[in-house]
Every structure is written in structure tokens, then in C-alpha cells.
Design a protein around this ligand. Structure first.
Ligand code: 6GU
Length: 248
């Protein structure tokens, strides 16, 4: 899979993609990440990429021409979708990451917080996308997040294929707690069940912990999760136990 990132800060990407799983995926030819300087597609003596907003306002707005030129040139004849990264966009999530991993190629346009000429969103981009409800100074960190999350769904990028399917969010719940050596650290113990050798007991303990954690921290996910009859029973029992603790 190939990613093309269009940005006015290409140097921001050098270190983030030069380590870990993403670097290995690039080295193994599973993914390709190309970073392009928007300024290379601007014309005129000053290669200007932004201008003052019509109607008056503070700040500068990205001009449409360099972005259209960059996308059209990089796309070549292909129909690779281009996404505009901005806080105004549709929220990027695990489902979208999985969906995008099926494209052979996507283009990511890094906007800036003051704004991008509306014609980019309306007539060039397949969609405007945001990574969450907060404002970044530019779309660059969002592009890094998206390349990482999408790449994990490209076959072979993450060691064990099944571990992607087991991820929190892919299953609709937060992850269960993990422990490693030492068994006891500064008096903090590992739950006994993990040493029971009983895999059935261990999996149901993990499921219960995942349900507990999701209910406590992200009840919105629990409402949408695909729960088995056993899950519902566990939740009911947890409810009952909680009520019993409250009434002495
Ligand atoms: Cl994609 N861009 C900017 N500038 N801010 C954001 C964002 C994107 N997603 C969340 N906040």
C-alpha cells in the first residue's frame, strides 16, 4: 500500500517513520510512504501556498491551486482517493483504518488550522477527516496517526495477523490488563488466576476485566459492542455485586 502525504513541513516526518513497525513495513516493501512538499507545486516567484481570506479574518488560508496541482500530479491517471486532514472532518476511527487499508493507495493532504480553501474539500478530496475533537496546528500529526493505524491492517505489517483482529476497538471493547515478571513488584501482586494454568478460566477473567474496564472508562463503546450472552451475564453479575457492596 502506498501513502502520499502533501505538507508544507515535509521534514516533520523524517524521524517518525524511521523506527518500529512502520519502518520494518517500509523496508519489507509492504507499505510505501512518500512525503511531498506542497511548495513544490506552487507557482510564481514566491511559490506562495497561502493567501488572505476573502471577507476578511485573521490568519492565512491555503490556496486551492497548489493543492489541486499536487493531488492531480501525484495521482497520475489513478483514482486514488485524497483525504483532507482538518478538525472539521469526519472522525477517523478503527473501522475507517480497516476500510482504507483495502485501497492500494491514498493521498493525505495536511491542512492547517486557519483553513484551507473550501474548494479542496468540496471538489478535490474524497472526504475531510479529523482524528479527534481537539485542534492541532496542522494535519501533520494526524497523517502520522493515520499511516500507522491503516498500516496495521495491511497484511504482514503486524507480526501475528490475529493480533490485529484481537485489538481493543477491533473487538469493540478496551483491552484486558497485562502482567509480566516479576510476579510481585514492590508488594504489587499479579492476579492469581493467571498462574492457574486453566485457559478457560484465564480467558473468562480477561473478558470480564475488558468488560469492566470498558464499562468504567468508555460506556459509549460498550453500548455499541457485539456482546455474547455470556458477556451479558458477566455484566449483570458485576452489577449485582456492585449493588451488594453498596448496601451493607
Ligand atoms: Cl486532521 N487537523 C488539525 N489541524 N487538527 C485536528 C485534526 C486534523 N484532527 C483533530 N484535530
Amino acid at each position: 500500500m502506498r501513502f502520499d502525504i502533501i505538507t508544507i513541513f515535509p521534514e516533520m516526518f523524517a524521524s517518525v517513520f524511521s523506527g518500529g513497525i512502520i519502518r520494518k513495513a517500509v523496508e519489507r516493501g509492504l507499505i510505501q510512504v512518500n512525503v511531498h512538499n506542497l511548495r513544490d507545486y506552487a507557482t510564481g516567484k514566491h511559490r506562495q501556498v497561502d493567501d488572505r481570506p476573502f471577507g476578511g479574518d485573521e490568519g492565512m488560508v491555503f490556496k486551492p491551486e497548489p493543492i489541486f496541482a499536487a493531488v492531480e500530479s501525484l495521482r497520475g491517471g489513478s483514482d486514488a482517493p485524497a483525504y483532507l486532514l482538518s478538525p472539521q472532518g469526519r472522525r477517523f476511527d478503527q473501522r475507517l483504518a480497516e476500510e482504507w487499508a483495502r485501497f492500494p493507495r491514498i493521498l493525505l493532504i495536511c491542512g492547517r488550522y486557519e483553513g484551507v480553501d473550501e474548494r479542496v474539500s468540496r471538489f478535490l478530496a474524497a472526504e475531510e477527516v479529523s482524528i479527534g475533537d481537539y485542534v492541532l496546528t496542522g494535519g501533520e500529526p494526524a497523517a502520522v496517526v493515520i499511516v500507522d493505524a491503516v498500516s496495521r491492517f495491511v497484511p504482514g505489517v503486524v507480526g501475528k495477523e490475529e493480533s490485529v483482529a484481537r485489538d481493543s476497538f477491533s473487538r469493540g471493547l478496551l483491552d484486558f490488563p497485562h502482567y509480566t515478571r516479576p510476579r510481585e513488584f514492590r508488594g504489587m501482586k499479579t492476579p492469581e488466576v493467571l498462574f492457574s494454568g486453566n485457559h478457560g478460566k484465564i480467558s473468562s477473567w480477561r473478558r470480564k476485566k475488558a468488560l469492566e474496564k470498558t464499562r468504567l472508562k468508555r460506556p459509549d463503546l460498550l453500548a455499541k459492542a457485539d456482546l455474547s450472552p455470556e458477556d451479558r451475564k458477566l455484566l449483570e453479575r458485576m452489577d449485582k455485586e456492585r449493588k451488594e457492596r453498596k448496601t451493607p
